[in-house]
Write a protein that binds this ligand. Structure first.
Ligand code: CAA
Length: 380
């Protein structure tokens, strides 16, 4: 067993850290404040080869592994969680199902531009009445000759509005429950496909979260992903890996908060010495660092399992659940270390604390992760 990253992984970390420091961090607070999604950041990630890290070079990808991908999400999230989730939703939620379930034509038409960063991807599962209970979706897809007619709406769509490609799930046979759900690839600009409300959020405010609407939207059967009835399995398998992307985002947010808290603890003087010399602060810093390291190991392990072809659903749910919970704890402690200043927008730790909260909610709440983990335990 090796607990050292390879040279390639270290190079990925360095490359993304340099990029994040120079191109992402300087505008993170302003983008958060103004709720701006800056597409040029994603375009630059595409030019650096980050938009398709784990996909084969023949398909326009980076030919790297899932560990490289989670390192990239971690490093982006260390300075800006919104940018981290932009990449995570693009790779894990939109590109992953097309890579695994798309036919050669779909891979050429959709995966290649996604992998090259020429298009941005999104994923539509959640609906107003079906969040944790994903099978309860109401969006329908009715066959009409060579087309399906989609009607309904999806909410909380990360990259919504800005993405060109949407992997969405709809009911093709209500009698069959989860076996009557089918996946489709929908292109922005398709008649009958439009964008609804943009959410105003607590955190990840520079990542757009939109409602998407289908009104008599005709989708050609060549845009069906997999077979009719495969949709729920595709959705769940996609989330198995996606959750590890969120674990990486949580690790990155927590690390960013610790880095700021540590620097502040060395500088800020009270009672005649730096607060980092006070045991109350030292204990906090020690716990924060330990929790982050444990979360990182779970996350890297899940990514390694996916790379080598071992089952990773349980590992990924554990990583997401643990990392999300510690990101919330660590960022809250970081604000505490900064005291009154931490509560102001003068320092980024309050943004990190707001950003951390979503990692306990999306891609399955941490209550759902515990359900998924215990389901695996009962079956094993
Ligand atoms: N891989 C493959 N198949 C799976 C699977 C997996 N990980 N999980 C379930 N299935 C299959 C089961 O084997 C079963 O199939 P069979 O009947 O053929 O055996 C079928 O799916 C139904 O399984 P369950 O009975 O376990 O289904 P359930 O209705 O009890 O739901 C659940 C299970 C875990 C609660 C699931 O609904 C779930 O994950 N809910 C949370 C949804 C979620 O994460 N939403 C987030 C959306 S994305 C997002 O957050 C937005 C964003 O852009 C970031």
């Amino acid at each position: 067993m090796q607990f050292r990253l390879s040279e390639e992984h270290e190079m990925m970390r360095k490359m993304v850290r340099d990029f994040a420091t120079k191109e992402v961090e300087p505008t993170a607070s302003e983008r958060d404040e103004q709720e701006i999604f800056d597409r040029s950041i994603f375009d630059k990630m595409g030019q650096l080869g980050l938009a398709g890290i784990p996909w084969p070079e023949e398909l326009g990808g980076g030919g790297a592994d899932f560990l490289s991908y989670v390192i990239a999400v971690e490093e982006l999230s260390r300075v800006c969680a919104s940018t981290g989730v932009t990449l995570s939703a693009h790779i894990s939620l939109a590109s992953w199902p097309i890579y695994h379930f798309g036919n050669p034509e779909q891979k050429e038409k959709y995966l290649r531009p996604l992998a090259e960063g020429k298009m941005l991807g999104a994923y539509g599962l959640t609906e107003p009445g079906s969040g944790s209970d994903a099978v309860g979706m109401k969006t329908t897809a009715v066959k009409d000759g060579d087309y399906y007619i989609l009607n309904g709406s999806k909410i909380f769509i990360t990259n919504g509005g800005d993405a060109e490609i949407y992997v969405v799930f709809a009911v093709t046979d209500p009698e069959k429950k989860h076996k009557g759900i089918t996946a489709f690839i929908v292109e922005k600009g398709t008649p009958g496909f439009s964008f609804g409300k943009k959410e105003k959020k607590l955190g990840i405010r520079s990542s757009p979260t939109l409602e998407i609407l289908f009104d008599q939207c005709r989708i050609h059967e060549s845009q069906r992903l997999g077979n009719e009835g495969d949709g729920f399995k595709i959705a769940m398998m996609t989330l198995d890996g996606g959750r590890n992307g969120i674990a990486a985002q949580a690790v990155g947010i927590a690390q960013g908060a610790l880095d700021h808290a540590l620097a502040y603890a060395k500088e800020r003087k009270q009672f005649g010495k730096p607060i980092g010399k006070l045991q109350a602060i030292q204990f906090k810093l020690a716990d924060m660092a330990t929790q982050i390291e444990a979360a990182r190991l779970l996350t890297y392990q899940a990514a390694w399992r996916e790379t080598v072809g071992l089952p990773y659903g349980k590992a990924s749910a554990m990583a997401k659940c643990f990392a999300g919970d510690i990101a919330m704890k660590v960022t809250t402690e970081a604000v505490q270390i900064f005291g009154g200043y931490g509560y102001t927008r003068e320092f980024p730790v309050e943004r990190m604390m707001r950003d951390a909260k979503i990692t306990q909610i999306y891609e399955g709440t941490n209550e759902i992760q515990r359900l998924v983990i215990s389901n695996y335990l009962m079956k094993e």
